[in-house]
Unconditional design. Sequence first.
Length: 156
Amino acid sequence: MAGQFDHARALISRTLELDPTLVWSWDRSGWLNAYSGNAEAAVRDFEQATRLDLRRPNATRLTGLGCAYFDAGRYEEAARWKRMALRDDPSTAWINRSLSVSYARLGDRLAALDSIEALRRYSPDITIGKIVASLPFTPSFLDRVTEGLDDLGLSP
């Protein structure tokens, strides 16, 4: 989140060298790849974490998978994983910032508007600028989020 991707990559690589079964490191690697625009690698890392984890995937991992699929332009999968994350942890309403755009890209405007409304209830003063400033994703990812949220009527 601090944008120190090279440093994070070195630390994550080292932890996986020491213990390739460390679920936490696979999750972190998934997020790092998602932030860096490496959607396929992010999906592989999150799937590896899921295989190694004896518990069910948590909202953080499910959201990561949703973000990776969003980045890959696979909006149906993105929406599916993010809905699962919301079911796992309803307090993660911030997921609606890109879930709404996934719905819009799928042509489901009603679901997209419902998702935007859930985002507004979560954070009444939310704006596109605040969202984009809080996300460490690639410009391509952020451009699609910006465009979609603007089309759905969220304040700039």
